[in-house]
Design a protein around this ligand. Structure first.
Ligand SMILES: [Zn+2]
Length: 302
C-alpha cells in the first residue's frame, strides 16, 4: 500500500500577487489526478493536531497565538503570511499530515504527504511561510511513543532547514541533514547535524554529485529507523526564490536516488513536498508532482 496524505483544506487564502503560491496544494492533487497517478495511491486525510501535542516542539504561547489569531504584526511579518482562520486550521492539519505519512511509511515502507516541509518554523515563532514545524513535530512524536528510535530528516529544499535544526539541536536521536544553497534564505544559518552548502547556479551534474556524496557520508553517521524526506522543488532552475539551475530531470533523478538509496536498505521513507515558488501555479504543482511519480515508480519496483 502506498499512501497519499492530503486534505481539501490545505490551500491558504492570500491576497493576489502574494509570493506564496497559495493554491498549489489543490492544484497538485488536480495534477496527480490528471496524470492518472492517484490510482497508484491510497488517499488519507489527517485530523488536526491538538494544541498540547504541538507543545512538544513549539512554545505554548506561540501555538495559542496561532490558534487565536493574536500574532502581532512583527510575528506576521517574519512569518510572511496573513493570518486567517483557514490558515490556522490548515496549520494544525498539515503537521499531522506529515505525522500520518510517517506512520504509513513505517507500516508500508513508503508514503507521501501532499504538503509539509515547513522547516523555517522555530520553537517560538513562525518564519518564511512556515507556521509549525511538521518535520520536528512528527519525528519527536514518533520517538516519544516508541514507534522509532532514530529518525533522519533529509531536507533537500533549496533553503536551509534552520527551524528544524534549532528545535532538534539537543536531540542526537533525531538527525537533521540539510542540503541547501549557501546564498539563499535564511541569511543566518543554523547548525544541522550535517549541513551541505551548494553554490548558486549548480546544475544537475553538480547537484547530483553532491547528493551522492551526502548519502555516502550519512551512511557512516546514522542508521535511521525512518527517513522524512523534504523534496522541495525550489532547487528548480525556474523557481522564483531558488538560486540553483536544476532541471526537471535533475529533480526526478534526485527523488529516485533518495528513495532507492533508503528503500534498498529497508529504511522507510515519508516524503513531504517542501518549497516551490513561481507565478504559474500549475507549473509549481507540476514540479511538486515529480516526487509522487518517483514514489509510485519506487513502489512498483518493490
Ligand atoms: Zn525552500
Amino acid at each position: 500500500m502506498l499512501s497519499l496524505v492530503t486534505h481539501p483544506a490545505y490551500d491558504i487564502p492570500l491576497p493576489d500577487g502574494h509570493r506564496f503560491p497559495s493554491t498549489k496544494f489543490s492544484r497538485l492533487i488536480a495534477r496527480l489526478d490528471r496524470d492518472g497517478i492517484t490510482s497508484a495511491f491510497t488517499s488519507l486525510q489527517p485530523d488536526p493536531a491538538g494544541r498540547t501535542d504541538l507543545w512538544r516542539t513549539q512554545s505554548a504561547s506561540y501555538v495559542d497565538a496561532v490558534a487565536a489569531g493574536t500574532l502581532d504584526s512583527e510575528a506576521l511579518r517574519v512569518l510572511g503570511l496573513t493570518w486567517s482562520q483557514v490558515l490556522a486550521n490548515r496549520s494544525f492539519l498539515a503537521v499531522n499530515g506529515t505525522l500520518l505519512a510517517a506512520r504509513q511509511a513505517l507500516c508500508h515502507g513508503l508514503a507521501c504527504h501532499a504538503a509539509g516541509g515547513t522547516h523555517h518554523a522555530h520553537h517560538g515563532h513562525g518564519a518564511g511561510y512556515c507556521v509549525f514545524n511538521d518535520l520536528a513535530y512528527s519525528a519527536v512524536r514518533l520517538v516519544d511513543e516508541g514507534a522509532v528510535r532514530r529518525v533522519l530528516i533529509l531536507d533537500c529544499d533549496v533553503h536551509q532547514g534552520d527551524g528544524t535544526a534549532r528545535i532538534l539541536a539537543d536531540r542526537p536521536d533525531l538527525f537533521t541533514c540539510s542540503l541547501h544553497c549557501k546564498a539563499n534564505y535564511p541569511a543566518r544559518k543554523a547548525t544541522s547535524d550535517l549541513d551541505v552548502e551548494i553554490d548558486r547556479h549548480a546544475d544537475d551534474a553538480a547537484y547530483l554529485d553532491i547528493l551522492h556524496d551526502t548519502l555516502r557520508r550519512l551512511q557512516d553517521m546514522i542508521t535511521p529507523d525512518l527517513v522524512i524526506y523534504d523534496a522541495g522543488v525550489d532547487i528548480h532552475e525556474g523557481d522564483r526564490l531558488g538560486l540553483l539551475a536544476v532541471s526537471y530531470d535533475g529533480i526526478r533523478q534526485r527523488d529516485a536516488t533518495v528513495l532507492r538509496h533508503f528503500r534498498s536498505r529497508g529504511i522507510p521513507v515519508a516524503t513531504v513536498i517542501g518549497g516551490g515558488y513561481g507565478t504559474d501555479l500549475d507549473e509549481v504543482a507540476y514540479r511538486h508532482s515529480l516526487v509522487f511519480h518517483a514514489a509510485a515508480a519506487e513502489h512498483a519496483a518493490g
